[in-house]
Design a protein around this ligand. Structure first.
Ligand SMILES: NC(=O)c1ccc[n+]([C@@H]2O[C@H](COP(=O)([O-])OP(=O)(O)OC[C@H]3O[C@@H](n4cnc5c(N)ncnc54)[C@H](OP(=O)(O)O)[C@@H]3O)[C@@H](O)[C@H]2O)c1
Length: 425
């Protein structure tokens, strides 16, 4: 005789204690059937290749937006592949491999796979973007360092495609052009996200947007934003030659496609402008007070960069030695002052090398780490600090894919309404 269980069953007329079989096992809540979202990836270099790899090995999705990501296109300068049913993994691997061969010592470019019309070039572009828009739930992912992408973004967003980018250049275009990108997103409801453009995988843009949206007043930001220059200045402090340190950074995938952009400080200046515009500072790239790490004369395009750097090796070694003797270290910093009322300063953005004492937070950054220290009304004494790896394929690709999921999540929640922050400056 089974013991009566305290299992109360509601009947239409009464509730009674009665003998009953043990309760059935509770079925775990099943995730809703995943919908498919399409990715069109521009660039298969350090970041793009890692994005493709991470997409192909994503864990089962256990939280919204419950999407299966399908790569429908990969485009590089050497060719690409487009298949609405999903580009085969072997083809993607071949594209990345062709890139590696292209970079090989013999400079020979591997054979192209499935050459596809480049959607960045008119007149094919409009047709290609229309085709992508018809797929629905599609994200254009820019992992290139191409110029002129602001027009592509505007056209893509106008068609309802989400845009996620690691490419800083479109965000530092003249302000009215950038405003057109945000306006296109606003009109169509698609998302425009760019967390990976500053600090690679570090949560910097999102953090700033949170502070600004909730009414905090940022007073100043001091940041070591170049994982590349951080790596090079660390190597210099350890006694490495400038030319060697630059080559190592390039081989590790830390540098911009053209390392001159790092050494000239241009890349940091771009990041500083993106950050400053998030804070509402109406700044153009040309307004940044910029001092390069390496004299501009050594960075002329067309000259052999390795030769130019080797000529500077002795001078940099002497300076590193002198700094060591004084207990200082060379770091490359961006400083943003918002000129907030009461600060007595006008808004300004300065980027350049600085000798700092060894107890300065930027002096202890190792490898390619980056650091952003935000002083605001809510963080007046001890700044809000974001710190960690500031370059590299895996962390940057993580930021890119997080932005992809956020874009798709917002479009699921609100139908066509996307969530994009965006500087109005
Ligand atoms: N690497 C990092 O740690 C890092 C961190 C944060 C942000 N980023 C940004 O991410 C972007 C990519 O960086 P990366 O290091 O991956 O560069 P990369 O290794 O040089 O790769 C660039 C890729 O973009 C492709 N590409 C360039 N211009 C193109 C164009 N006009 N049309 C189509 N494809 C084009 C290249 O094609 P080919 O293969 O044919 O040359 C290559 O596949 C850059 O904007 C960079 O600033 C990089």
């Amino acid at each position: 005789m089974p013991t009566p269980s305290a299992h109360c069953e509601l009947r239409p007329s009464r509730c009674e204690l009665r003998s009953s079989p043990p309760p059935r096992e509770v079925t775990p809540r099943v995730a809703p059937a995943a919908r498919t979202a399409s990715l069109f990836v521009l660039g298969a270099g350090v970041v793009g290749k890692e994005v493709l790899e991470q997409v192909s090995s994503l864990p089962p999705q256990t939280r919204p937006p419950f999407v299966d990501l399908r790569v429908v296109g990969v485009v590089t300068r050497r060719g690409g592949a487009f298949d609405v049913r999903g580009v085969r993994r072997a083809v993607m691997a071949e594209l990345a491999l062709a890139r590696a061969r292209h970079d090989g010592a013999d400079g020979a470019c591997g054979r192209l796979v499935s050459p596809a019309p480049n959607p960045l070039e008119l007149p094919a572009r409009a047709t290609q973007l229309d085709a992508l828009a018809r797929l629905g739930d599609t994200v254009l992912v820019d992992c290139t360092s191409a110029d002129g992408m602001e027009t592509v973004y505007e056209e893509a967003l106008a068609r309802g495609l989400h845009v996620v980018t690691a490419n800083k250049k479109p965000l530092v275009a003249p302000r009215e052009q950038v405003a057109r990108i945000f306006a296109a997103a606003e009109r169509s409801g698609a998302s425009f996200r760019y967390e990976a453009t500053v600090g690679a995988g570090l949560p910097i843009i999102g953090t700033l947007q949170g502070l600004v949206r909730t009414g905090d007043r940022v007073r100043s930001i001091e940041c070591a934003l170049s994982g590349t220059l951080g790596f090079i200045t660390n190597e210099l402090a350890r006694g490495a030659r400038l030319s060697e340190a630059t080559l190592t950074a390039r081989t590790a995938g830390y540098t911009e496609p053209d390392p001159r952009e790092d050494l000239a400080g241009t890349d940091v200046a771009r990041k500083a402008v993106i950050v400053a515009r998030e804070l509402g500072i109406p700044i153009e790239l040309a307004d940044v007070s910029l001092s390069p790490l390496v004299p501009a004369g050594a960075l002329a395009a067309g000259d052999d960069l390795d030769d130019s750097l080797r000529r500077l090796d002795a001078d940099f070694a002497r300076r590193s030695e002198a700094l060591r003797a004084r207990g200082e270290k060379l770091v490359y910093l961006a400083e943003i002052h918002t000129g907030a009322p009461g600060s007595g300063r006008r808004a300004e953005v300065r980027v350049g090398p600085r000798a700092v004492p060894l107890d300065h937070p930027a002096a202890s950054l190792d490898g390619s780490s980056a650091l952003v220290a935000i002083t605001s009304d809510r963080y007046p004494g001890a700044p809000l600090v974001v710190r960690g790896a500031g370059a590299g394929g895996p962390v940057t690709a993580t930021a890119v894919l997080s932005d992809v999921f956020l874009s798709l999540q917002s479009s699921r929640r609100h139908g066509t309404v996307g969530a994009h922050g965006g500087p109005l400056a």
